[in-house]
Design a protein around this ligand. Structure first.
Ligand code: ADP
Ligand code: MG
Length: 390
């Protein structure tokens, strides 16, 4: 068995919606607040570091489901870490509430919340061995030695580090060090695991392998994961839901597919995945105007608004001339500025007459290849475009 936590499940799950409950260590320790993946509610949460400063976190409301993998995604400085630190109890909110399984924990000290935390820089104790690092939270909780040994062994097996017990952090690769940090964060059966950019210090290949590892950990443990990243691909592949942060606020919340296919704002469309954004006008209910072009609109709406029209690269098609554009499609002439090969597709960069840029992803093996400098007509079906607000 790989999971140190499932081995000693001693009680029924407290929630019918949550996956099987990781039980509290069988010891004299106070049981964790949540016996399974905890439900965390952020209610009108605000943080202002200094009087007169703009809020780092600005009226955030978020209901995190038990056992969910939720990612806070946003540019640097958008308030992700501050939000995570308030959840874990390192940072005191200026106002608002944090609720765990229906209980207000806003003023509860961090150690009583019993949440696991993983940082970008591993934060291992350099003078302690791997086993001692992982055992640290159990020592703090006064777990008996035999129980500690069992839990540490299980946690190291869970992250594929069995046999490395006696190494010290400097004898491990970055990826292995982060696995130790993961083992240390789950060894005491927390109900919530918070991860602040845990993979950002690793190179791409390692990052991808640890992404899979983290996903597997989530699936096996059934804990609630709150994951912070500024990497959109990472957010897309790992998350049940993504909360997009901008200037301390959540500006979009949804599944990766929702946010990708139906972004509601330009910021979301540009931040999550690539897109071509046309800045025109939703003239009337079924007409979108971009310079001298009139495009069909299928979406409901009154028209008369300054909304941008977004087309994702895999929906964008290229034709050699206007005559070759299928009837019913919307079209804009463009010049190809770059062609890059990505293994499974070509990424074609486009420049439009008004100076705006866009891109199309063409499957490898598509009949017509294009060269930089070529004049083309970009086209797409009205059903494949999305109108977004500023
Ligand atoms: P992110 O994790 O998204 O990069 P942070 O939560 O770290 O964002 O920061 C949000 C804002 O709060 C930034 O403007 C940052 O400069 C500010 N900030 C973060 N931590 C502190 C602090 N300890 N003291 C003062 N300002 C801070
Ligand atoms: Mg941060």
């Amino acid at each position: 068995m790989r999971s140190p936590i499932k081995q000693q499940t001693s009680g029924p799950p407290t929630s019918t919606t949550a996956p099987p409950a990781p039980a509290a260590p069988a010891s004299s320790v106070t049981p964790p607040i949540g016996a399974s993946g905890g439900r965390v509610e952020l209610v009108d949460l605000c943080k202002r570091y200094g009087a007169g400063e703009r809020p780092a976190v600005d009226h955030v409301d978020l209901d995190i489901e038990p056992g969910e993998f939720i990612t806070l995604l946003g540019p640097s400085g958008s308030g992700k870490t501050t939000t995570l630190n308030m959840i874990v109890g390192f940072t005191e909110p200026t106002s608002g509430r944090i609720v765990l399984n229906g209980r207000d924990i806003t003023r509860m000290p961090a150690h009583k919340r019993n949440f696991g935390m993983v940082f970008q820089n591993y934060a291992l104790f350099p003078h302690l061995t791997v086993a001692q690092n992982v055992a640290f939270p159990l020592r703090e909780r006064k777990v008996p030695a035999a129980e500690t040994a069992r839990l540490v062994g299980g946690a190291l097996e869970l992250v594929d580090l069995a046999g490395m017990e006696n190494r010290r952090p400097h004898e491990l690769s970055g990826g292995q060090q982060q696995r130790v940090a993961l083992a240390r964060a789950v060894v005491f059966s927390p109900s919530v695991l918070l991860l602040d950019e845990p993979l950002s210090a690793l190179d791409r290949k390692l990052r991808q392998s640890l992404q899979r590892e983290i996903k597997r950990l989530h699936d096996e443990l059934g804990l609630t994961f709150v994951f912070v990243t500024h990497d959109q691909d990472e957010a897309m592949t790992l998350s049940d839901r993504i909360a997009i942060f901008d200037h301390g606020r959540i500006v979009a919340l949804g599944t990766p597919a929702d946010l990708y296919h139906r972004p509601t704002t330009q910021f979301v469309a540009r931040f999550l995945g690539e897109s071509t954004v046309f800045a025109g006008r939703h003239r009337s209910a079924d007409v979108y105007e971009w310079h001298d072009r009139k495009w069909a609109v299928e979406e409901q709406g009154q028209g008369g608004e300054e909304r941008a029209l977004v087309v994702r690269p895999e929906r964008m098609r290229l034709a050699p001339d206007e005559e070759s554009v299928p009837s019913g499609s919307n079209a804009a002439p463009a010049t190809v500025t770059d062609v890059s090969f990505y293994g499974t597709y070509y990424r074609i960069e486009l420049a439009f007459g008004d100076g705006s840029v866009g891109c199309a992803a063409l499957p490898v093996g598509a009949p017509a290849t294009v060269e930089p400098g070529a004049g083309v007509v970009a086209h797409w079906r009205p059903a494949d475009q999305v109108l977004v607000s500023e």
